[in-house]
Design a protein around this ligand. Structure first.
Ligand SMILES: Cc1ncc(COP(=O)(O)O)c(C=O)c1O
Length: 336
């Protein structure tokens, strides 16, 4: 099946054609299956990340609607907010980000460095909200204020994970299959962080539509398994309906693991520290403490516990986020 997304308006932000690479040193170190990495962290937007693909479709829709200002939300160290600020700047929109102090961080630079700093550098207006605030209501309030001032806001949900944004990862599935075919590698398993769910859901829909039997493990970064699986399943089904694809196969393929969350969203664990250090020191690749540290901790644990056979090919989807490292200085400099 050919997934034709041409009918959707789109602004090109450099989100596609990210590299897919072999991880020779990590593969050898762990002594398990062949490990590959899909470098969504290398998208070409202000330190990169998985939101760039979503934003190509979301900003295309914003432009079609005649918007002049983008409004979105996230946690203080939101990668989504930073990439949205960058995308808006590149395409000439104004941007307001509503940032919730969701993470009870003791880090001295958590609120002032990393993504929080880059949002300012990228020219976004920032509205700060306390933990537990009604963020959708606050976003709507901001949008209304903008309308009252004569502007045309376009609201992007947290993480960019609505049907339109998720199309970016439906397309990414095709890219992964083309790249693995070129490498003459048959992909058996993807491991990906699962948050607002668009990345996980889009890959699921895309792989299924293209007839791939590659399984996906979504590593939850905050929500319990059943809740996260529901979120992924609902979004994937909505995307299938939008693209007129069969929905029946989806529920049986939603796999979520909440074992690696630790104390909560944005709060890293010893396994995250090990994952960050291993990838940095064996492959020269930066992970992040909130998403990819947890998804790589899961992958490492799966390999060590023998979940994959040695002749399988496992792809780690690096969804970006390394800018957040600068908000976690204490955690990263603590001796092991
Ligand atoms: C670095 C990084 N990885 C993974 C995710 C999760 O992706 P999704 O929200 O599509 O589930 C995010 C979301 O913010 C992210 O910033």
């Amino acid at each position: 099946m050919n997934l034709d997304l041409q009918r959707y308006p789109r602004l090109f932000l450099g989100g596609t054609h990210t590299p897919l690479e072999y991880l020779p040193r990590l593969t050898k170190l762990l002594g398990g299956p062949s490990l590959f990495i899909k470098r969504e962290d290398c998208s070409r937007l202000a330190t990169g990340g998985n939101k760039t693909r979503k934003l190509e479709f979301l900003l295309g829709d914003a432009q079609r609607q005649g918007a002049d200002t983008i409004v979105t939300s996230g946690a203080t160290q939101s990668n989504h907010a930073r990439q949205t600020a960058a995308a808006a700047a590149k395409m000439g929109f104004q941007c307001t980000v509503v940032l919730e102090a969701r993470v009870p961080s003791m880090e001295p630079h958590y609120s002032s460095s990393g993504n929080a700093l880059l949002d300012k550098v990228l020219g976004a207006s920032i509205v700060s909200a306390p933990s537990g605030a009604d963020i959708p209501a606050l976003v709507e309030e901001v949008a209304q204020r903008l309308r009252d001032a004569g502007r045309s806001p376009y609201v992007i949900p947290a993480g960019g994970s609505n049907v339109i944004g998720t199309l970016g990862f439906v397309e990414c599935a095709g890219e992964i299959l083309a790249q693995t075919a070129e490498l003459q590698v048959s992909p058996d398993h993807l491991v990906v962080a699962s948050g607002s769910a668009g990345t996980h859901a889009g890959l699921l829909v895309g792989l299924d539509a293209l007839g791939s039997s590659c399984a996906i493990s979504g590593i939850s970064v905050g929500a319990p398994t059943s809740l996260q699986a529901n979120k992924v399943g609902h979004l994937a089904a909505a995307v299938c309906r939008e693209l007129e694809l069969p929905v029946e196969n989806i529920p049986g393929q939603v796999r979520v693991d909440d074992e690696f969350i630790g104390p909560g969203y944005g709060l890293p664990t010893a396994a995250v520290r090990e994952a960050i250090d291993l990838m940095a020191r064996h492959e020269g690749i930066l992970l992040d403490p909130v998403y990819t540290g947890k998804s790589m901790a899961a992958l490492i644990s799966y390999v060590r516990s023998g979940r994959f056979s040695k002749d399988e090919n496992v792809i780690f989807v690096h969804t970006g986020g390394s800018a957040a490292l600068f908000g976690y200085e204490l955690f990263l400099s603590r001796p092991h």
